[in-house]
Design a protein around this ligand. Structure first.
Ligand code: CA
Length: 235
């Protein structure tokens, strides 16, 4: 992001306090916030400004944020980060499956907001290219060469099954981003397996035994309770 003009971010949020917080945080870190309080205003702003990113509150006065996400995904791939109330795991999953890129749970800090935005913007930029898995990964003692298909933990070779390797490659391709159980199942096993959440749990447990120093305290792939998994950007 070396553009001279600050990246435009459309903030779709009806709560004045949260809007103030987002306006101040984005403005202070080189972004140009554009504010919408309703879904209708959001659509008008997004069509006229073509923003780099959208921050979207799920509870809007004139529409459901999940429906709005689906509608937006009909014509734009601009990254969407959903802002959700604590404890609404089902909403988060639905929003992600509808095409949102990530979510933030209220209350959140500026650091977390900026980190999630950087990941979403980086993925959007790399999508313009081939969208391939990174050739190598180095994280918490784990060294993976995706081209040679070799995996080492603290220098020791680890033998992954084809499914485990696919799972690891998928998470690496989306490093920093949360993936829902449904997204993982569809990508690794196929569309017919979207509801078999236990497949993911079983194979993730096996994968962690091979790629984590302490499988019970994972540093490479974090569990997002009730939602899915996220490969960390740093350990
Ligand atoms: Ca709201």
């Amino acid at each position: 992001m070396n553009d001279s003009a600050p990246s435009k971010v459309v903030v779709v949020e009806d709560e004045p306090q949260m809007r103030r917080f987002l306006r101040a945080s984005l403005g202070a870190h080189g972004y140009h916030p554009l504010e919408a309080g309703t879904a209708a205003e959001a659509i008008a702003l997004i069509t006229s400004h073509n923003p780099a990113l959208i921050l979207l509150d799920l509870g809007l006065p004139d529409a459901d944020g999940i429906d709005l996400t689906r509608e937006l995904r009909g014509w734009t791939r601009t990254p969407i980060i959903v802002i959700s109330a604590r404890g609404r795991e089902d909403d988060k999953v639905e929003a992600l499956d509808a095409g949102a890129d990530d979510y933030l749970t209220k209350p959140f800090g500026v650091g977390e907001l900026l980190a999630r935005m950087r990941v979403a913007l980086r993925h959007a930029a790399s999508r313009e290219g081939a969208g391939e898995a990174p050739p190598t990964l180095s994280l918490a003692g784990l060294e993976v060469d995706f081209t040679a298909r070799t995996v080492r933990l603290d220098g020791e070779p680890r033998h992954l099954t084809p499914i485990e390797f696919k799972l690891l490659a998928l998470l690496a391709r989306h490093q920093g981003k949360v993936l829902t159980h449904r997204q993982i199942l569809t990508e690794v096993w196929g569309p017919g397996y979207a509801d078999q959440s236990h497949y993911v749990r079983v194979h993730m447990a096996e994968l962690r035994k091979k790629i984590e120093r302490e499988p019970a305290r994972p540093r490479v792939v974090a569990t997002e309770p009730g939602v899915g998994y996220r490969m960390r950007v740093e350990a």
